[in-house]
Design a protein around this ligand. Structure first.
Ligand SMILES: Nc1nc2c(c(=O)[nH]1)N[C@@H](CNc1ccc(C(=O)N[C@@H](CCC(=O)N[C@@H](CCC(=O)N[C@@H](CCC(=O)O)C(=O)O)C(=O)O)C(=O)O)cc1)CN2
Ligand SMILES: [Zn+2]
Length: 825
């Protein structure tokens, strides 16, 4: 009898001889798995296993996974969600896809031998929004009338609906994941309104998997929320603890009744710079919960950075808490705190397997670290874990059939990380899998010594940049004058951020070209037609500075990654960014260089179609860095300088080709800001420097734009000014125009600035009046002659039916104000 067998890195065709599987040959394509039988068992190469008894009966080692990607290996959840939103499938269909995904994830972890398997890390949109639903904290505008929160209220909060805008969405710490920001105030009535955590626990249990239910901890929940509209900005969110804890108690009681023996509270805000009042919130919350939690093992999970000493002290003194989880990849200083001060008798969940990256773990180094920790907390109290939820890494390397073999051997995605965690736990318990460890050691050695990683010329050029400054010689106001002479733009010039809708047809063209189903000629023709359509549309709309629409790009980072040396890319390495939207971060494995121009052909083609200025469109070095999986064998700034040099070459080639406005997007500059304030200055210094390197060599008459989205800039406004761009467009409308407050407070901004006039992440179409109103608010704090009018961000996720009227209204609003300003003179 023959089977397919999944190992950690490969799918094998296997034969079954009475009690043992033997590998026969590697299966080349995943499509061969179409017909059963297919056994999902994780094994290491050259290892055979005995079935049935021995495999399932060996006792589970002390291993734990903080959380797991929810989209599915082929983005099954994405397609199910979008089909449901489009009215093409039912709520039951969506529930079924979700249940299947959850069940396969739980079984996969159970099969791999993980002891502490998380539940409730699944979400239809976002785990913070799930918590808002659990607490019944639905803003009044959604007209919720109590009862269990269903899809319509839940998705209205996430995405808005025809009559009500969505809740704010913002970056989850320093990741590319976005969460829905709770809107709270003294008037909010909390109630237990979503039983999802308990339902998931029971669902797993029914499948034979006893899980650790995961909740966003009460203190982090409050610290990640914002005062609702109309609530005083100085309102103390933490003061709401008294109101939400009773609901947490209800949830805990229900989980206990359902049989849970562990519970995990994610309290990642513990890694931030908290003040003593905020820290006291933890003490208060967990003392309050102590009696409800009795009888349960309670894990407080932290991640993404070091836990500061003061927070560590508070954390380890919490009542009723039996276990602490730490990120030991990004939080190496926490290690010293653990060694010198973890209370005895508590469990240590040691996050040694990186949840933020795709590199295979250096198992022997991790094992030594874990062994040293055993000496600190005791053998029976050490649990091997991931540094954070695996939500932030790709799902399964097994689906990467086209990836270069050598590079593949250096990698581990979520499914492989689960195996690594377990291998480490087994090794600790004296059952080290020597084959697995030696294969891993060989891969580590090959990565260190591979000549493909090094490019000496690039290293030298990047090294030469350090320590020196790079800026344009003329100051920004003089440059703007020279540019205006050339561009002759009206006041309140209108523009868009770059991308236009990515239609099904467009995706098909790109896909078929990639799969070599259509010729280069046909592809170029189709893309040119698309650009022409977008150009004509913008001319009809009477937009002043045009874009080509980015139809040739799958993604603003991946597109450049595909063309730069030192990058590898995956076929299925998707990571959730928000809701159903995913990104496929390229992998930077070596020194970066630009073999040839990347965008010049498309930009000059687009410019030839119009007399209006056409913006060249590039992604900046910091954003390419922050939205890629970055090599971990050299400091990040070194990689960033290398990318900056490659983009500089592109900027100069665009200028030579006659492009006079060049936008260099730094959408992710703010997001890369370290979580700890003490590290901000160093990061901002090299990040801003990298940006300036890209355009320090252009003529005064070449207008450099940059764009940023989803960020709070108020704390880094001086660095933004220091980027010295001629024009910046910034997301603004979905965060209550917080951005404008910095100018209200008197910060002088002399360059062009376009705070977004409408939210592009919602299907809702803003009216002319609404947009005019927004522009007026901006004019109250910004000089008329520097203000630009543009949407918040690119339009690629929208449909033309939304984009056309929205832009029409935007241009109408700009014209309305121009007339008003002219007559007011
Ligand atoms: N990297 C990055 N991060 C970002 C942003 C961004 O634009 N890029 N924007 C901000 C908001 N986040 C966003 C993240 C994703 C998307 C987005 O639209 N993602 C697309 C995927 C984009 C993509 O790469 N699409 C490819 C791949 C198409 C595809 O789905 N192909 C199928 C079919 C392949 C086949 O049949 O052969 C597949 O791979 O399964 C393309 O269009 O060319 C999606 O989820 O739908 C938008 C905003 C913040 N972070
Ligand atoms: Zn943007």
């Amino acid at each position: 009898m023959s089977f397919f067998l999944r190992t950690n890195y490969q799918i094998y065709h296997a034969t079954h001889s009475p009690q043992t599987f033997f590998y026969k040959y590697p299966v080349q394509s995943i499509s061969q798995l179409a017909s059963p039988p297919f056994l999902s068992i994780y094994l290491t190469k050259n290892q055979s296993i005995r079935l049935p008894g021995s495999y399932s009966s060996y006792s589970k080692m002390a291993s734990h996974i903080v959380g797991y990607p929810r989209m599915g290996p082929k983005r099954e959840l994405k397609f199910a969600l979008e089909s449901f939103w489009d009215g093409k499938s039912s709520a039951e269909d969506l529930q079924k896809v979700a249940a299947d995904l959850r069940s396969s994830i739980w079984k996969q972890m159970a099969d791999a031998g993980i002891k502490y398997i998380p539940s409730n890390t699944f979400a239809f949109y976002d785990q913070v929004l799930d918590t808002t639903a659990m607490l019944g904290a639905v803003p009044a505008r959604y007209n919720w009338n109590g009862g269990e929160i269903g899809f319509d209220i839940y998705f209205s909060m996430a995405r808005g609906n025809a009559s009500v805008p969505a809740m704010e969405m913002t970056k989850w710490f320093d990741t590319n994941y976005h969460y829905i920001v709770p809107e709270l105030g003294p008037e909010v009535k909390f109630s237990y309104a979503s039983h999802k955590a308990v339902a998931e626990y029971k669902e797993a249990k029914a499948l034979g998997v006893d899980t650790v239910p995961v909740l966003v901890g009460p203190v982090s929940y409050l610290l990640l929320s914002k005062p609702a509209k109309g609530v005083d900005k100085s309102f103390s969110l933490i003061s709401l603890l008294d109101k939400i804890l009773p609901i947490y108690k209800e949830v805990v009681a229900e989980l206990k009744a359902a049989g849970a023996s562990w519970i995990q509270f994610d309290e990642p805000t513990l890694v931030k710079d908290l003040d003593s009042a905020q820290l006291q919130g933890f003490t208060k919350a967990y003392s309050e919960l102590e009696s409800s939690l009795s009888g349960l093992n309670v894990l407080i999970e932290t991640y993404f950075a070091d836990v500061p000493a003061a927070a560590f002290k508070v954390l380890t003194a919490l009542k009723g808490v039996t276990a602490f989880g730490f990120d030991l990849v990004r939080g190496s200083k926490t290690l010293e705190l653990i060694k010198s001060g973890i209370p005895s008798g508590k469990y240590l969940f040691a996050g040694v397997v990186d949840g933020r990256n795709i590199w295979a773990n250096d198992l022997s180094t991790s094992l030594s670290l874990l062994q040293s920790l055993e000496g600190v907390v005791g053998k029976d109290k050490l649990v091997v874990s991931t540094s954070c939820s695996l939500l932030h890494t790709a799902v399964d390397l097994v689906n990467e059939t086209k990836l270069d073999k050598e590079i593949k051997s250096w990698l581990a995605f979520a499914a492989q990380k689960v195996v690594e965690v377990n291998a480490l736990a087994k090794a600790l318990s004296g059952h080290k899998d020597e084959d697995f460890f030696s294969a891993n050691a060989a891969a580590q050695a090959s990565r260190k010594s591979s000549p493909r990683v090094n490019n000496e010329a690039v290293q030298k050029a990047a090294l030469a940049l350090k320590g020196s400054d790079h800026r344009r010689v003329t100051n920004v106001s003089a440059r703007l004058d020279s540019q205006q002479k050339k561009l002759n733009l009206p006041i309140l010039p209108t523009t868009t951020i770059g991308s236009f809708p990515q239609t099904v047809e467009l995706r098909r063209v790109r896909r078929e070209y990639k799969a070599k189903k259509i010729s280069e000629e046909e592809y170029v023709k189709a893309i040119k037609e698309e650009i022409n359509k977008v150009v004509k549309l913008q001319e009809e709309l009477d937009i002043d500075v045009l874009v080509h629409g980015e139809p040739e790009r799958n993604d603003m980072v991946e597109y450049f990654g595909e063309q730069l040396s030192g990058f590898a890319f995956t076929a299925n390495g998707w990571v959730q960014s928000y809701g159903s939207r995913c990104v496929k971060p390229p992998i930077i494995y070596g020194d970066v260089s630009r073999p040839k121009p990347m965008t010049v052909f498309w930009s000059s083609t687009a410019q030839s179609m119009t007399k209006r200025p056409m913006k060249g469109m590039l992604t900046g070095p910091v954003t390419i860095l922050n939205w890629s999986f970055v090599r971990n064998d050299q400091p990040r700034f070194e990689t960033c300088y290398q990318i900056a040099l490659a983009i500089k070459d592109e900027v100069e080639d665009l200028e030579k080709a006659g492009i006079t406005v060049i936008q260099i997007d730094e959408a992710a500059l703010r997001e890369g800001l370290p979580l700890r304030k003490s590290e901000h200055a160093f990061y901002l210094d090299w990040a801003v420097h990298s940006f300036r390197i890209t355009n320090c060599g252009v003529e005064d008459t070449t207008q450099i734009h940059t764009h940023m989205c989803y960020s709070n800039f108020n704390d880094i406004i001086h660095s933004i000014i220091n980027m010295d761009a001629d024009v910046i467009t910034i997301e603004n409308s979905r965060s209550d125009e917080k951005l404008l407050s910095v100018f209200r407070e008197g910060v002088k901004y002399g360059a062009g600035i376009g705070p977004g006039v409408y939210d592009i992440h919602s299907p809702r179409i803003p009216s002319t009046e609404e947009i005019a109103d927004r522009i007026n608010k901006m004019l109250a704090v910004l000089e008329t002659n520097i203000l630009w009018v543009n949407p918040d961000c690119g339009l690629k996720t929208r449909k033309y039916a939304e984009v056309n009227p929205a832009l029409q209204n935007m241009v109408a609003a700009a014209k309305l104000l121009r007339t008003q300003l002219a007559s007011a003179k």
